[in-house]
Design a protein around this ligand. Structure first.
Ligand SMILES: [Zn+2]
Length: 338
């Protein structure tokens, strides 16, 4: 009730910050996880934030939180994964408006032509022009069976339907999408080496080579170093191989975070101490590891603002969608008054 009154009367916003979560600044043909924001929309969002909000760097926000001095109308920006477009497209826009961001970088994919496993799986199962009709694969002891029937061939109509699919909010609209989701859910829980083995098997089944689309690549080493050298921006931890941490032993979790940290420190000359959990996934052991490594703060994907009493190991974020300025501004206002 208070909240509603406050927003109706346009009174002061509560003392909380909104941390925005981006992944890609790009216009891919398909974006089933809604993680890409078009460069033009991104530029408008950044211009708006620079004018209308106090944009703090993530380390500044963490510092304010430690002093319980989080102020209203403050925003901080984060990017997950380490796609090359963060450097090529986002950085020049951020630099132009003097807006700081933190880039959470998974190190395994850096400087490789390899795509992230979720992108490659999507490309194979959803968009290969011709697939075999039947699929059968035992993944981690469970058999996944699929029958694509007429969808073995990717018609123009099916391609369009799959390109428009919002996998976050909509059920699988077709057989290909259903099969993709089932395999995705299983692979997400596995260690990197097993994911890669299954991907190899799936590639062979599909009769395709490893997909290495240039606009899906991760940062090169040179790009990472340049990003890391920026006075405005910071590099954060996102683990080495991007596992769903809670599904792995504490030792594995520690190794994932520590090897990511040493890699990034070696390449950028600065030791990152802020982490974003891959997929937002974590458990008590993850938090114990983070505390042991003296990390300053950790971000989940929980949709909530950072207020003065926020738990520094479970900070929430808001995923920014590819929306034009008017809906972005409206959304931001809602997040800020929430
Ligand atoms: Zn991620």
């Amino acid at each position: 009730m208070l909240k509603r009154l406050r927003s109706v009367l346009g009174l002061a916003l509560p003392h909380q910050a909104c941390v925005l979560m981006y992944h890609r600044i790009a216009s891919p043909e398909a974006d089933i996880w809604k993680i890409a924001v078009e460069p033009a929309n991104f530029e408008q969002q950044i211009q708006f934030l620079a004018k209308k909000s106090t944009v703090l760097s993530v380390p500044e926000l963490v510092e304010a939180l430690s002093k319980k001095q989080v102020r209203s109308n403050t925003v901080a920006l984060t990017f997950d994964d380490g796609y090359a477009d963060n450097f090529l497209v986002a950085k020049p826009i951020l630099d132009h408006y003097g807006v700081p961001a933190t880039f959470f970088v998974a190190s395994q994919t850096i400087d490789t032509a390899e795509e992230f496993w979720w992108d490659e799986l999507e490309n194979i199962l959803l968009f290969t022009p011709q697939l075999p009709t039947t699929f059968s694969l035992t993944i981690a002891g469970e058999v996944v069976v699929g029958s694509l029937e007429q969808e073995a061939h990717l018609s123009a109509a099916l391609r369009q339907q799959l390109q428009r699919w919002d996998a976050c909010d909509e059920p699988a609209p077709s057989r290909r999408a259903g099969l993709f989701l089932e395999v995705w859910r299983k692979l997400r829980l596995l260690p990197y080496t097993e994911q890669q083995q299954y991907l190899r098997t799936i590639r062979e089944w599909a009769g395709v080579l490893p997909s290495q689309r240039p606009d899906y690549r991760a940062l090169s080493l040179a790009e990472l170093r340049e990003l890391g050298a920026s006075e405005l921006h910071t590099i954060g931890l996102h683990t080495h191989t991007h596992p769903a941490l809670a599904f792995h032993a504490a030792k594995v979790q520690q190794h994932e975070i520590q090897s990511n940290q040493s890699f990034l420190e070696q390449e950028t000359g600065r030791q990152p101490t802020i982490l974003a959990y891959p997929y937002g996934n974590h458990n008590q052991e993850t938090i114990a590891v983070a505390a042991e490594l003296k990390l300053q703060a950790c971000f989940t994907t929980e949709v909530k603002p950072v207020n003065r009493d926020a738990d520094k190991f479970r900070l929430g974020r808001f995923q920014v969608l590819n929306s034009p300025l008017s809906s972005f501004a409206q959304q931001l206002r809602k997040w800020q008054s929430g």
